[in-house]
Design a binder for this molecule. Structure first.
Ligand code: EPU
Length: 438
Protein backbone atom coordinates (compact mmCIF):
# COMPACT_ATOMS: atom_id res chain seq x y z
CA UNK A 1 0.00 0.00 0.00
CA UNK A 2 1.31 3.46 -0.88
CA UNK A 3 2.44 6.05 1.63
CA UNK A 4 3.08 9.74 1.19
CA UNK A 5 6.22 11.02 2.85
CA UNK A 6 6.62 14.73 3.46
CA UNK A 7 9.52 16.74 4.85
CA UNK A 8 7.65 19.71 6.22
CA UNK A 9 8.47 23.34 6.80
CA UNK A 10 8.84 24.66 3.26
CA UNK A 11 7.09 27.79 2.06
CA UNK A 12 4.97 27.06 -1.01
CA UNK A 13 5.03 29.49 -3.92
CA UNK A 14 4.04 29.41 -7.57
CA UNK A 15 1.11 28.43 -9.75
CA UNK A 16 -1.14 25.39 -9.66
CA UNK A 17 -3.86 24.46 -12.14
CA UNK A 18 -7.14 23.17 -10.71
CA UNK A 19 -8.76 20.10 -12.26
CA UNK A 20 -12.40 19.49 -13.11
CA UNK A 21 -14.67 18.88 -10.12
CA UNK A 22 -15.15 15.25 -9.12
CA UNK A 23 -18.54 15.97 -7.60
CA UNK A 24 -19.72 17.72 -10.78
CA UNK A 25 -18.31 15.12 -13.18
CA UNK A 26 -19.98 12.18 -11.39
CA UNK A 27 -23.62 13.29 -11.86
CA UNK A 28 -22.85 14.69 -15.32
CA UNK A 29 -21.51 11.30 -16.41
CA UNK A 30 -24.52 9.55 -14.88
CA UNK A 31 -26.81 11.93 -16.83
CA UNK A 32 -25.55 10.38 -20.09
CA UNK A 33 -27.79 7.38 -19.25
CA UNK A 34 -30.89 9.54 -19.77
CA UNK A 35 -30.90 9.15 -23.54
CA UNK A 36 -29.12 7.15 -26.23
CA UNK A 37 -26.29 8.81 -28.14
CA UNK A 38 -22.80 10.17 -27.94
CA UNK A 39 -21.90 12.62 -25.17
CA UNK A 40 -18.62 14.58 -25.14
CA UNK A 41 -17.06 15.67 -21.85
CA UNK A 42 -14.03 17.91 -21.33
CA UNK A 43 -12.11 18.83 -18.17
CA UNK A 44 -12.88 15.43 -16.62
CA UNK A 45 -10.43 14.81 -13.75
CA UNK A 46 -8.31 11.65 -13.80
CA UNK A 47 -9.41 10.17 -10.46
CA UNK A 48 -10.30 6.82 -8.94
CA UNK A 49 -13.94 7.88 -8.46
CA UNK A 50 -14.17 8.77 -12.15
CA UNK A 51 -12.71 5.37 -12.98
CA UNK A 52 -15.42 3.82 -10.77
CA UNK A 53 -18.30 5.61 -12.51
CA UNK A 54 -16.80 4.75 -15.91
CA UNK A 55 -16.71 1.12 -14.91
CA UNK A 56 -20.33 1.34 -13.76
CA UNK A 57 -21.51 3.00 -16.99
CA UNK A 58 -19.70 0.31 -19.01
CA UNK A 59 -21.35 -2.42 -16.93
CA UNK A 60 -24.71 -0.87 -17.80
CA UNK A 61 -23.75 -0.92 -21.49
CA UNK A 62 -22.20 2.48 -22.28
CA UNK A 63 -19.16 2.64 -24.54
CA UNK A 64 -16.53 5.05 -23.32
CA UNK A 65 -13.45 6.30 -25.11
CA UNK A 66 -10.80 8.82 -24.19
CA UNK A 67 -10.22 11.87 -26.37
CA UNK A 68 -7.23 14.25 -26.16
CA UNK A 69 -9.21 16.61 -23.93
CA UNK A 70 -11.74 14.34 -22.25
CA UNK A 71 -14.14 11.47 -22.73
CA UNK A 72 -16.90 10.43 -25.07
CA UNK A 73 -19.68 8.29 -23.67
CA UNK A 74 -22.00 6.46 -26.04
CA UNK A 75 -25.17 5.30 -24.32
CA UNK A 76 -27.02 4.05 -27.40
CA UNK A 77 -27.32 0.42 -26.38
CA UNK A 78 -27.84 -0.17 -22.67
CA UNK A 79 -28.02 -3.80 -21.59
CA UNK A 80 -28.39 -3.64 -17.82
CA UNK A 81 -30.12 -1.60 -15.13
CA UNK A 82 -27.99 -2.66 -12.19
CA UNK A 83 -25.26 -1.03 -10.09
CA UNK A 84 -23.68 -4.05 -8.37
CA UNK A 85 -22.43 -4.14 -4.79
CA UNK A 86 -18.78 -4.47 -5.92
CA UNK A 87 -18.98 -1.02 -7.54
CA UNK A 88 -21.27 0.76 -5.08
CA UNK A 89 -19.12 -0.23 -2.10
CA UNK A 90 -16.16 1.48 -3.79
CA UNK A 91 -18.10 4.65 -4.41
CA UNK A 92 -21.41 5.73 -2.88
CA UNK A 93 -22.09 8.19 -5.72
CA UNK A 94 -22.93 5.11 -7.82
CA UNK A 95 -26.50 5.68 -6.57
CA UNK A 96 -26.62 8.54 -9.09
CA UNK A 97 -27.54 6.05 -11.84
CA UNK A 98 -30.90 5.36 -10.13
CA UNK A 99 -32.61 8.56 -11.35
CA UNK A 100 -31.54 8.42 -15.02
CA UNK A 101 -32.14 4.66 -15.42
CA UNK A 102 -35.59 4.93 -13.87
CA UNK A 103 -36.42 7.87 -16.16
CA UNK A 104 -35.20 6.20 -19.36
CA UNK A 105 -35.90 2.50 -18.82
CA UNK A 106 -38.52 2.52 -16.05
CA UNK A 107 -36.37 0.29 -13.87
CA UNK A 108 -33.15 0.40 -11.88
CA UNK A 109 -31.53 -1.87 -9.33
CA UNK A 110 -28.75 -0.44 -7.19
CA UNK A 111 -26.93 -1.93 -4.24
CA UNK A 112 -27.78 0.03 -1.10
CA UNK A 113 -24.61 1.80 0.03
CA UNK A 114 -23.66 0.94 3.58
CA UNK A 115 -22.37 3.44 6.14
CA UNK A 116 -19.16 5.31 5.49
CA UNK A 117 -16.28 6.62 7.60
CA UNK A 118 -17.75 10.14 7.89
CA UNK A 119 -21.34 9.20 8.74
CA UNK A 120 -24.33 6.93 8.17
CA UNK A 121 -25.29 8.70 4.93
CA UNK A 122 -28.66 7.11 4.20
CA UNK A 123 -30.41 7.60 0.83
CA UNK A 124 -33.97 7.68 2.21
CA UNK A 125 -34.67 11.12 0.71
CA UNK A 126 -33.68 9.91 -2.78
CA UNK A 127 -36.05 6.95 -2.44
CA UNK A 128 -38.93 8.97 -0.96
CA UNK A 129 -38.54 11.40 -3.87
CA UNK A 130 -38.74 8.60 -6.47
CA UNK A 131 -41.88 7.31 -4.72
CA UNK A 132 -43.44 10.77 -4.96
CA UNK A 133 -42.85 10.58 -8.73
CA UNK A 134 -44.77 7.30 -8.80
CA UNK A 135 -41.97 4.71 -8.59
CA UNK A 136 -42.38 1.50 -6.60
CA UNK A 137 -39.39 1.02 -4.34
CA UNK A 138 -38.48 -2.35 -2.89
CA UNK A 139 -35.47 -3.37 -0.89
CA UNK A 140 -34.25 -6.96 -1.15
CA UNK A 141 -30.95 -8.74 -0.65
CA UNK A 142 -29.19 -5.42 -0.06
CA UNK A 143 -30.45 -3.95 -3.33
CA UNK A 144 -32.89 -1.12 -3.96
CA UNK A 145 -35.18 -1.77 -6.86
CA UNK A 146 -37.11 1.12 -8.38
CA UNK A 147 -39.78 0.56 -11.04
CA UNK A 148 -42.31 2.76 -12.81
CA UNK A 149 -44.24 2.49 -16.06
CA UNK A 150 -44.50 6.28 -16.04
CA UNK A 151 -43.07 8.89 -13.73
CA UNK A 152 -45.40 11.78 -12.95
CA UNK A 153 -44.26 15.23 -11.81
CA UNK A 154 -44.85 16.06 -8.16
CA UNK A 155 -43.81 18.38 -5.36
CA UNK A 156 -40.93 17.02 -3.32
CA UNK A 157 -39.77 18.54 -0.04
CA UNK A 158 -36.32 17.53 1.24
CA UNK A 159 -36.02 17.43 5.06
CA UNK A 160 -32.45 18.71 4.68
CA UNK A 161 -30.74 19.78 1.46
CA UNK A 162 -29.12 16.71 -0.09
CA UNK A 163 -26.63 17.16 -2.93
CA UNK A 164 -26.80 13.79 -4.69
CA UNK A 165 -30.49 13.47 -3.70
CA UNK A 166 -31.30 16.72 -5.51
CA UNK A 167 -29.25 15.55 -8.52
CA UNK A 168 -30.93 12.14 -8.61
CA UNK A 169 -34.43 13.65 -8.45
CA UNK A 170 -33.62 16.28 -11.08
CA UNK A 171 -32.49 13.51 -13.44
CA UNK A 172 -35.55 11.36 -12.71
CA UNK A 173 -37.94 14.29 -13.24
CA UNK A 174 -36.69 15.56 -16.62
CA UNK A 175 -38.58 12.86 -18.55
CA UNK A 176 -41.59 12.68 -16.16
CA UNK A 177 -45.11 13.70 -17.22
CA UNK A 178 -45.85 17.18 -15.92
CA UNK A 179 -44.02 19.47 -13.53
CA UNK A 180 -41.85 18.55 -10.56
CA UNK A 181 -40.93 21.09 -7.89
CA UNK A 182 -38.00 20.29 -5.58
CA UNK A 183 -38.19 22.33 -2.37
CA UNK A 184 -35.36 22.82 0.13
CA UNK A 185 -33.10 21.60 -2.69
CA UNK A 186 -29.32 21.73 -2.40
CA UNK A 187 -27.79 24.84 -4.00
CA UNK A 188 -24.22 23.68 -4.72
CA UNK A 189 -22.54 24.84 -7.97
CA UNK A 190 -22.41 21.17 -9.00
CA UNK A 191 -26.25 21.16 -9.03
CA UNK A 192 -26.31 24.19 -11.32
CA UNK A 193 -23.71 22.53 -13.58
CA UNK A 194 -25.90 19.44 -13.88
CA UNK A 195 -28.99 21.58 -14.59
CA UNK A 196 -27.07 23.39 -17.36
CA UNK A 197 -26.16 20.03 -18.88
CA UNK A 198 -29.76 18.77 -18.66
CA UNK A 199 -31.01 21.96 -20.32
CA UNK A 200 -28.40 21.54 -23.08
CA UNK A 201 -29.97 18.09 -23.59
CA UNK A 202 -33.40 19.66 -24.09
CA UNK A 203 -34.69 19.44 -20.52
CA UNK A 204 -36.57 22.30 -18.88
CA UNK A 205 -34.99 22.88 -15.48
CA UNK A 206 -35.17 26.26 -13.76
CA UNK A 207 -34.16 27.56 -10.35
CA UNK A 208 -31.00 25.42 -9.92
CA UNK A 209 -28.72 27.22 -7.49
CA UNK A 210 -31.75 28.24 -5.38
CA UNK A 211 -33.70 26.12 -2.91
CA UNK A 212 -36.63 25.66 -5.32
CA UNK A 213 -35.96 23.82 -8.56
CA UNK A 214 -38.73 23.41 -11.12
CA UNK A 215 -38.53 20.71 -13.76
CA UNK A 216 -41.06 20.58 -16.57
CA UNK A 217 -40.97 17.09 -18.03
CA UNK A 218 -40.16 16.72 -21.74
CA UNK A 219 -40.77 13.77 -24.11
CA UNK A 220 -37.25 13.38 -25.37
CA UNK A 221 -33.67 14.44 -24.74
CA UNK A 222 -30.61 14.66 -26.95
CA UNK A 223 -26.92 14.06 -26.12
CA UNK A 224 -24.78 17.06 -25.18
CA UNK A 225 -21.21 18.34 -25.21
CA UNK A 226 -20.22 19.60 -21.77
CA UNK A 227 -17.26 20.95 -19.81
CA UNK A 228 -16.86 20.03 -16.15
CA UNK A 229 -16.63 23.04 -13.79
CA UNK A 230 -13.45 23.54 -11.70
CA UNK A 231 -13.11 21.70 -8.41
CA UNK A 232 -13.77 24.24 -5.64
CA UNK A 233 -12.59 21.84 -2.93
CA UNK A 234 -9.29 21.09 -4.66
CA UNK A 235 -8.83 24.84 -5.20
CA UNK A 236 -9.64 25.52 -1.55
CA UNK A 237 -7.08 22.95 -0.43
CA UNK A 238 -4.27 24.76 -2.31
CA UNK A 239 -5.51 28.12 -1.02
CA UNK A 240 -5.23 26.87 2.55
CA UNK A 241 -1.73 25.56 1.70
CA UNK A 242 -0.63 29.12 0.85
CA UNK A 243 -2.09 30.49 4.08
CA UNK A 244 -0.54 27.67 6.08
CA UNK A 245 3.01 27.90 4.75
CA UNK A 246 3.10 31.71 4.46
CA UNK A 247 3.62 31.40 0.70
CA UNK A 248 2.03 32.93 -2.37
CA UNK A 249 0.08 30.60 -4.68
CA UNK A 250 -1.76 31.50 -7.88
CA UNK A 251 -4.60 28.99 -8.11
CA UNK A 252 -5.37 28.82 -11.84
CA UNK A 253 -8.80 28.04 -13.32
CA UNK A 254 -10.51 28.27 -9.92
CA UNK A 255 -13.90 29.95 -9.74
CA UNK A 256 -13.96 32.38 -6.81
CA UNK A 257 -17.77 32.75 -7.12
CA UNK A 258 -18.08 29.19 -5.78
CA UNK A 259 -15.81 29.81 -2.79
CA UNK A 260 -17.19 32.89 -1.06
CA UNK A 261 -17.49 31.31 2.41
CA UNK A 262 -13.92 29.99 2.36
CA UNK A 263 -12.51 33.27 0.99
CA UNK A 264 -14.29 35.27 3.71
CA UNK A 265 -12.86 33.02 6.44
CA UNK A 266 -9.35 33.02 4.97
CA UNK A 267 -9.39 36.83 4.90
CA UNK A 268 -10.40 36.88 8.56
CA UNK A 269 -7.29 34.85 9.37
CA UNK A 270 -5.20 37.67 7.86
CA UNK A 271 -4.54 35.84 4.58
CA UNK A 272 -4.61 37.94 1.39
CA UNK A 273 -7.00 36.56 -1.22
CA UNK A 274 -7.09 38.26 -4.61
CA UNK A 275 -9.65 36.71 -6.98
CA UNK A 276 -8.82 37.49 -10.62
CA UNK A 277 -10.63 36.43 -13.78
CA UNK A 278 -8.63 33.24 -14.36
CA UNK A 279 -6.79 32.76 -11.07
CA UNK A 280 -7.09 33.39 -7.36
CA UNK A 281 -3.87 34.61 -5.76
CA UNK A 282 -3.50 33.71 -2.10
CA UNK A 283 -0.72 35.06 0.09
CA UNK A 284 -0.18 33.73 3.60
CA UNK A 285 0.61 36.25 6.37
CA UNK A 286 1.89 35.82 9.90
CA UNK A 287 0.51 35.68 12.48
CA UNK A 288 -2.55 33.64 11.41
CA UNK A 289 -5.64 34.80 13.32
CA UNK A 290 -8.03 32.19 14.75
CA UNK A 291 -11.58 32.17 13.42
CA UNK A 292 -14.59 29.97 14.11
CA UNK A 293 -16.13 27.91 11.34
CA UNK A 294 -19.42 26.03 11.08
CA UNK A 295 -20.06 23.72 8.14
CA UNK A 296 -23.37 24.28 6.37
CA UNK A 297 -25.02 23.43 3.06
CA UNK A 298 -23.86 25.72 0.21
CA UNK A 299 -23.37 28.68 0.23
CA UNK A 300 -22.22 28.05 3.81
CA UNK A 301 -18.75 26.80 4.71
CA UNK A 302 -18.29 23.39 2.97
CA UNK A 303 -17.93 20.28 5.09
CA UNK A 304 -15.44 19.10 2.46
CA UNK A 305 -13.05 21.93 3.55
CA UNK A 306 -13.50 21.51 7.32
CA UNK A 307 -10.55 19.16 7.89
CA UNK A 308 -8.15 21.23 5.74
CA UNK A 309 -9.14 24.52 7.40
CA UNK A 310 -8.71 22.96 10.82
CA UNK A 311 -4.99 22.50 10.09
CA UNK A 312 -4.68 26.25 9.59
CA UNK A 313 -6.39 26.81 12.96
CA UNK A 314 -3.87 24.41 14.56
CA UNK A 315 -1.07 26.94 13.94
CA UNK A 316 -3.18 30.09 14.42
CA UNK A 317 -2.99 32.58 17.25
CA UNK A 318 -5.76 31.78 19.73
CA UNK A 319 -8.84 29.61 19.99
CA UNK A 320 -11.07 28.45 17.17
CA UNK A 321 -14.37 26.57 17.37
CA UNK A 322 -14.93 24.21 14.44
CA UNK A 323 -18.53 22.98 14.25
CA UNK A 324 -19.49 20.17 11.88
CA UNK A 325 -23.23 20.10 11.13
CA UNK A 326 -23.43 17.97 7.97
CA UNK A 327 -21.87 14.61 8.89
CA UNK A 328 -21.88 13.05 12.36
CA UNK A 329 -18.42 11.53 12.27
CA UNK A 330 -16.23 13.97 10.38
CA UNK A 331 -13.56 14.55 13.05
CA UNK A 332 -11.51 11.36 12.55
CA UNK A 333 -8.56 13.47 11.39
CA UNK A 334 -8.47 15.16 14.82
CA UNK A 335 -6.91 12.10 16.44
CA UNK A 336 -4.18 12.09 13.81
CA UNK A 337 -3.59 15.85 14.14
CA UNK A 338 -3.24 15.37 17.91
CA UNK A 339 -0.45 12.89 17.18
CA UNK A 340 1.30 15.72 15.36
CA UNK A 341 1.07 17.99 18.41
CA UNK A 342 -2.21 19.78 17.68
CA UNK A 343 -4.21 20.96 20.69
CA UNK A 344 -7.82 20.02 19.89
CA UNK A 345 -10.68 19.03 22.21
CA UNK A 346 -13.78 17.45 20.74
CA UNK A 347 -17.19 17.86 22.33
CA UNK A 348 -20.01 16.40 20.25
CA UNK A 349 -19.96 18.07 16.87
CA UNK A 350 -17.63 20.84 18.04
CA UNK A 351 -13.84 20.85 18.03
CA UNK A 352 -12.05 23.49 20.06
CA UNK A 353 -8.68 24.16 18.43
CA UNK A 354 -6.01 26.02 20.40
CA UNK A 355 -3.31 27.23 18.03
CA UNK A 356 0.21 26.02 18.77
CA UNK A 357 3.48 27.39 17.51
CA UNK A 358 4.32 24.27 15.57
CA UNK A 359 3.21 20.81 14.50
CA UNK A 360 5.69 17.97 14.46
CA UNK A 361 5.89 15.32 11.75
CA UNK A 362 4.64 11.83 12.65
CA UNK A 363 3.34 8.63 11.06
CA UNK A 364 -0.41 9.14 10.54
CA UNK A 365 -3.24 7.30 8.87
CA UNK A 366 -5.79 8.70 6.43
CA UNK A 367 -9.44 7.72 7.01
CA UNK A 368 -11.29 9.40 4.14
CA UNK A 369 -10.67 11.69 1.22
CA UNK A 370 -10.73 15.11 2.90
CA UNK A 371 -9.04 13.82 6.07
CA UNK A 372 -6.19 12.68 3.80
CA UNK A 373 -5.87 16.16 2.31
CA UNK A 374 -5.83 17.58 5.84
CA UNK A 375 -2.94 15.30 6.81
CA UNK A 376 -0.99 16.29 3.70
CA UNK A 377 -1.41 19.96 4.65
CA UNK A 378 -0.39 19.21 8.24
CA UNK A 379 2.70 17.38 6.97
CA UNK A 380 3.63 20.34 4.77
CA UNK A 381 3.74 22.73 7.72
CA UNK A 382 5.06 20.33 10.38
CA UNK A 383 8.68 20.08 11.47
CA UNK A 384 10.38 16.90 10.29
CA UNK A 385 8.97 13.88 8.50
CA UNK A 386 5.30 12.94 8.18
CA UNK A 387 4.38 9.54 6.72
CA UNK A 388 0.74 9.22 5.67
CA UNK A 389 -0.61 5.74 5.10
CA UNK A 390 -3.83 4.62 3.36
CA UNK A 391 -3.37 7.39 0.82
CA UNK A 392 -5.55 5.62 -1.73
CA UNK A 393 -8.34 7.85 -0.40
CA UNK A 394 -6.50 10.83 -1.92
CA UNK A 395 -6.56 9.31 -5.40
CA UNK A 396 -10.36 9.34 -5.28
CA UNK A 397 -10.43 13.13 -5.31
CA UNK A 398 -7.09 14.87 -5.90
CA UNK A 399 -5.45 14.64 -9.31
CA UNK A 400 -1.63 14.26 -9.15
CA UNK A 401 -1.50 15.85 -5.71
CA UNK A 402 2.20 15.13 -5.06
CA UNK A 403 3.25 16.57 -8.42
CA UNK A 404 1.14 19.67 -7.88
CA UNK A 405 2.58 20.27 -4.39
CA UNK A 406 6.11 19.48 -5.59
CA UNK A 407 5.78 22.10 -8.32
CA UNK A 408 5.03 24.62 -5.55
CA UNK A 409 8.24 23.70 -3.72
CA UNK A 410 7.05 20.98 -1.35
CA UNK A 411 9.25 18.04 -0.40
CA UNK A 412 6.65 15.32 -0.92
CA UNK A 413 6.98 11.86 -2.35
CA UNK A 414 4.87 8.74 -2.75
CA UNK A 415 6.48 5.50 -1.71
CA UNK A 416 5.19 2.00 -2.18
CA UNK A 417 5.45 -0.54 0.59
CA UNK A 418 7.41 -3.39 -0.97
CA UNK A 419 5.89 -6.59 0.42
CA UNK A 420 9.01 -8.57 -0.59
CA UNK A 421 11.16 -6.64 1.86
CA UNK A 422 9.53 -7.45 5.17
CA UNK A 423 9.67 -4.82 7.92
CA UNK A 424 12.25 -2.05 8.25
CA UNK A 425 12.65 0.22 5.25
CA UNK A 426 10.74 -1.89 2.76
CA UNK A 427 9.64 1.08 0.73
CA UNK A 428 10.57 2.53 -2.62
CA UNK A 429 9.57 5.72 -4.43
CA UNK A 430 6.99 5.44 -7.20
CA UNK A 431 6.21 7.92 -9.90
CA UNK A 432 2.66 6.92 -10.85
CA UNK A 433 -0.45 6.02 -8.93
CA UNK A 434 -1.57 2.57 -7.87
CA UNK A 435 -5.00 1.07 -7.28
CA UNK A 436 -6.74 1.69 -3.98
CA UNK A 437 -7.27 -1.16 -1.56
CA UNK A 438 -10.99 -1.36 -2.37
N1 EPU B 1 -28.98 12.59 4.14
C1 EPU B 1 -30.02 11.85 4.65
N2 EPU B 1 -30.80 11.15 3.77
C2 EPU B 1 -30.59 11.17 2.42
C3 EPU B 1 -29.52 11.93 1.91
C4 EPU B 1 -28.74 12.63 2.80
O1 EPU B 1 -30.25 11.83 5.84
O2 EPU B 1 -31.35 10.53 1.69
C5 EPU B 1 -28.14 13.38 5.04
C6 EPU B 1 -26.68 12.92 5.06
O3 EPU B 1 -26.46 11.84 5.92
C7 EPU B 1 -25.98 14.20 5.50
C8 EPU B 1 -26.81 15.30 4.84
O4 EPU B 1 -28.07 14.70 4.55
O5 EPU B 1 -26.06 14.32 6.88
C9 EPU B 1 -26.25 15.87 3.56
O6 EPU B 1 -25.77 14.83 2.73
P1 EPU B 1 -25.80 14.91 1.15
O7 EPU B 1 -26.84 13.98 0.63
O8 EPU B 1 -25.85 16.32 0.71
O9 EPU B 1 -24.37 14.28 0.80
P2 EPU B 1 -24.02 13.46 -0.49
O10 EPU B 1 -24.86 13.92 -1.61
O11 EPU B 1 -24.00 12.02 -0.17
C10 EPU B 1 -22.23 15.12 -1.43
C11 EPU B 1 -20.78 15.03 -1.83
C12 EPU B 1 -19.92 14.90 -0.58
C13 EPU B 1 -20.17 16.12 0.30
C14 EPU B 1 -21.67 16.24 0.63
C15 EPU B 1 -22.02 17.47 1.42
C16 EPU B 1 -20.89 14.02 -4.01
C17 EPU B 1 -20.62 12.84 -4.87
N3 EPU B 1 -20.59 13.89 -2.72
O12 EPU B 1 -22.52 13.90 -0.74
O13 EPU B 1 -18.57 14.89 -1.00
O14 EPU B 1 -19.44 16.03 1.50
O15 EPU B 1 -22.43 16.25 -0.60
O16 EPU B 1 -21.62 18.62 0.75
O17 EPU B 1 -21.33 15.04 -4.50
C18 EPU B 1 -16.26 14.41 -0.85
O18 EPU B 1 -16.14 14.83 -2.01
O19 EPU B 1 -15.28 14.16 -0.11
C19 EPU B 1 -17.61 14.19 -0.31
C20 EPU B 1 -17.84 13.41 0.76
Amino acid sequence: MDEIVIQGGRRLDGEVRISGAKNAALPMLAASLLTGGRFCYTNVPDLKDIESIRQLLCTIGAEISETPDGLTVDTTGLNDVEAPYELVRKMRASVLVLGPLLARLGRARVSLPGGCAIGARPINMHLEGFSRLGARITLEHGYVQAEAETLTGSEIFFDVPTVTGTENLMMAAVLAKGTTVLRNAAKEPEISALADMLNAMGARVSGAGTSTITIEGVDRLIPATVRVIPDRIEAGTYMVAAALTGGCIRVLDADARHMKALIAKLRKTGTDVDPGEHAITVTGRRPVASVDIKTLPYPGFPTDMQAQFMVLMCIANGLSMVSETIFENRFIHVLELQRMGADIQISGNHAMVRGTARLSGAPVMASDLRASACLVLAGLVAEGTTRISRVYHLDRGYETIEEKFRSLGADIERVRQNPKIAGGSGTKPVSGRTSPEN
